[in-house]
Each structure stands twice: as C-alpha cells, then as structure tokens.
Design a protein around this ligand. Structure first.
Ligand SMILES: *Cc1c(COP(=O)(O)O)cnc(C)c1O
Length: 428
C-alpha cells in the first residue's frame, strides 16, 4: 500500500519537528512504516492526505467518544470563538462545566481545570504531598500518568524500593520519591508501604489501566488499595484521564464503586480540545492556591474554547445514559467477533475489555500487568496493525495501547473490522 502524500509530509515534518511528530507514539516506531497524516475526520471515520478513509479506533486516544466533528461540540466551539479566544480572566462557562462535572462524578466537591492530563496528574500529586506533608508516591509499572519527571520511572529488575529514571533528564533526586509497584498485586503494595511507613503521600493508579493494553483491576485490588490508604493515611489518586466520562458518567469510581481521594481527568473532558482537570472533596481542594498554600496555575487554564467543547461533550453524556450501554454493547460485539475469527485461524491471543476499551494481545497467558503485557508477540502485532491499516482500519500503532470505541461506529463498521481481522489473521 502506498501512502504517498503522507510519506512526503512526514519527510518535510522530520526536518523541523523532532521525529516529525509532536508526541512520540504517533511516529509508528513500534510498528514501522510511515505515519499517515490526517486531512479530516467525521463520525467514525478519518480521511488521510492520500484521500483514503479509515474506520477509527483511536479517537484521538480517547476524547472523541461520540465520534469526530460531533456537531454540538463543533457548534459550541465556533460560537465561542467569535467572542474572543482567551482572556486570562474568569468566565461563566468555567463554573458551568465545573458544576456539571461535580454533579456527574462521585466523591468530589471541587475541580480545577488545566490544559492536559499530564498537568492534572502532576498537580494532583503536588496537592497530595502538600495536604499530607509527605514526599513519596507509589505508582504502578506500566501505568502512564503523563510525561512529568516523577512519573517517568521504571523498575530495575523486580525493584520494589527506589525507582530509577527511564528517561535521561529525570534526576535521581526526583526518582527516589517514586516507588514502583506491580499492577494487580496487593501484597507488593503492602510490602512497599511497610518499608516506607509514614513517608507515602499518595498512591496514583489508572483504576482501569489503559497504557499497557487494557487491563482491568482484579477483584479486590482497588478495594484493597482503598483499605491500605485508609489504614496508613495515604491519599488514593485515581488517574481517570482515560476512563473518566468514558466507562461511566462518573468513571471507575462509579463503575466499580470505589472511592478515590483525588481524581484526574483529561481526554473526554475536553471534547477534543486541550483540557485536563483534577478534583477532590473540598477539604483537600482548599489546599490549592489562592485558597491554600499549594501553588498551581495556568495562563490558558479554563480557556473558553476548551471549556465550550468540554461542556458540550459532558452535557451530551449527561443527558444520554444510553450512550454508555450502547458503547458497551458495540465493544462486546467487536470482542466476540474478533475472538471468533482469531480462534478459527489458530492465532494465539488474549483480548481484554471493559466498557468501550479493548485490547488484543498476541500471547498465551492472561494479561494482568506490565510483565504479562510485555510478553505479547510484537512481530504478530506489527503484521496485524499494518494488515488492518491497509484494509482501512485504524488501530493504535503500538501493542501497549488500548482501542477506544466511539459511539459513531455502526454495526456495519464493526462487521467490516471483524472481516478485516479475519483476512489479516490468515497472515499472522
Ligand atoms: C493520556 C494520559 C495521560 C496524559 O494526558 P496528556 O493530555 O497526554 O498529557 C495521563 N494519564 C493517563 C491515564 C492517560 O491515558
């Protein structure tokens, strides 16, 4: 398959943008080949610069839960833009979206808007440290919380004590306060807490992991973390940047009935514009400047265009409960269809799914944490990815990424996808 114009645009881009992209995973490094450049998108489809159309399963890595160029969102942004795009002064719409978000999400009284999921997570951890007066945090191997220094930490072999940085530029000083645990392994978390008694401010977690494939928590894991946090005076931070307003109106807290102390948002909450947010009960949020001593700020935070897009998106999701059921059914249908054709073709695989998040792994053992996810056969994934791409199905260009369904997908689109998987399966 030729991607002529995309290839030319990529060559140009590489001269002036490192790697030709503004975020690394777009560069197709994990799967090889040339990234396709998007010309436009509508509903469940994107059209590339070579005028080829694709059925879409990334949806901007999550935000476009109702499909691309969704009319109420676009209209809201266009109307808002006519009245000025940024003031650095308060606007009414910020309160409106805050009220709506607080009404949709359990256990939060106040919310602060920022410009990305990264900012939301780094601010949430600062707040947790300021509130508890403690320095350390526990994060889980394979969980992504944005690219802020303290999160770019990976275990040495089996290390359960101090993390070491996995990006140059992250100092040892920063890394020493990030303790690394294994996802879905409560005993491991207990051990780390006991070794660092009295020093841990928070545990930050993707309550359903989406950055090592889709990995739901095993039964009792989140409940166990909640109990440990209560027992040891640690704040539980749910990074719901991916899952918030996607798995349910109130995210994983609502879906699984677990109470977090601080919740981070991004992706869906911005309706496709750059928005992040973090939220908690009033007592904790009152520690934030200008009410309290923990500093956090942003020139473009609460930007009117971004708030207009986010508000239009949340209003739709709030008004139509059936969206979540519809998405769940579509994802289940896709899961079943893909499992059938892969099994029929004797392709060893695992499929993980919850709500509208799904991932396909080419390995024998269940995928429950980073180590099991990393066992997937990347050669099979590459063939799978490029086979689907050529057939007009766009999934994320990495085996560690989750597919995000949008409600714009029709059952006909899903059938076409399953048929494409069937054709590709023969070559795996
Ligand atoms: C995408 C993501 C982030 C980072 O959000 P950005 O807007 O890319 O900075 C943080 N946490 C999770 C769980 C994410 O999926």
């Amino acid at each position: 398959m030729e991607y002529k114009r995309s290839s030319a645009l990529f060559a140009e881009a590489q001269k002036v943008i490192p790697g030709g992209v503004n975020s690394p995973v777009r560069a197709f490094k994990a799967v090889g080949g040339t990234p396709i450049f998007v010309k436009e998108a509508k509903g469940a489809y994107i059209i590339d610069e070579d005028d080829k159309q694709y059925i879409e399963y990334i949806n901007s890595w999550g935000p476009m839960i109702l499909g691309h160029a969704h009319k109420p969102v676009i209209d809201a942004v266009v109307e808002k833009a006519k009245k000025g795009t940024s003031f650095g002064m308060p606007t009414e719409i910020e309160t409106k979206i805050a009220e709506l978000a607080v009404s949709m999400v359990p256990n939060i009284d106040m919310i602060r808007f920022v410009n990305s999921g990264t900012e939301a997570c780094m601010s949430a951890v600062r707040l947790a440290r300021g509130y508890t007066g403690k320095d350390k945090m526990i994060k889980f191997a394979g969980c992504y919380h944005g690219h802020s220094d303290a999160f770019l930490i990976q275990a040495g072999s089996g290390a359960v004590t101090f993390g070491s940085p996995n990006s140059p530029g992250v100092t040892q000083g920063t890394a020493k306060d990030t303790l690394l645990a294994r996802y879905n392994d409560l005993e491991n978390v207990k051990e780390i807490i006991l070794q660092n008694e009295g020093e841990i401010a928070c545990i930050i977690i993707e309550p359903v992991a989406g950055n090592m494939g889709c990995i739901p928590p095993v039964a009792g894991f989140l409940e166990g973390l909640r109990a440990l946090c209560d027992e040891h005076n640690i704040l539980l931070v749910f990074d719901e940047v991916m899952t918030g307003f996607r798995l349910a109106k109130g995210g994983v807290q609502e879906l699984l009935g677990i109470h977090a102390d601080i919740v981070c948002f991004g992706k869906v909450i911005g309706g496709g514009l750059p928005v992040g947010a973090f939220a908690a009960r009033k007592e904790i949020m009152s520690y934030l400047a200008p009410l309290g001593p923990v500093y956090q700020a942003g020139t473009l935070s609460g930007n009117p265009l971004a708030m207009a897009a986010g508000l239009a998106m949340l209003e739709e999701l709030n008004a139509k409960d059936e969206i979540f059921t519809s998405l769940q059914k579509k994802t289940e249908y896709l899961h079943k269809g893909i499992a059938e054709v892969l099994t029929a073709a004797n392709v060893t695989h695992q499929i993980n799914r919850i709500g509208s998040m799904i991932s396909v792994h080419f390995c024998e053992e269940p995928v429950i944490d980073f180590a099991s996810s990393a066992k997937g056969n990347n050669d099979s994934f590459k063939k799978f990815f490029h086979g689907l791409l050529d057939k007009g199905i766009y999934i994320a260009p990495s085996a560690f990424e989750t597919w995000f369904l949008s409600d714009a997908l029709s059952y006909e689109d899903l059938d076409k996808t399953i048929q494409a998987v069937k054709e590709v399966a023969g070559e795996l």
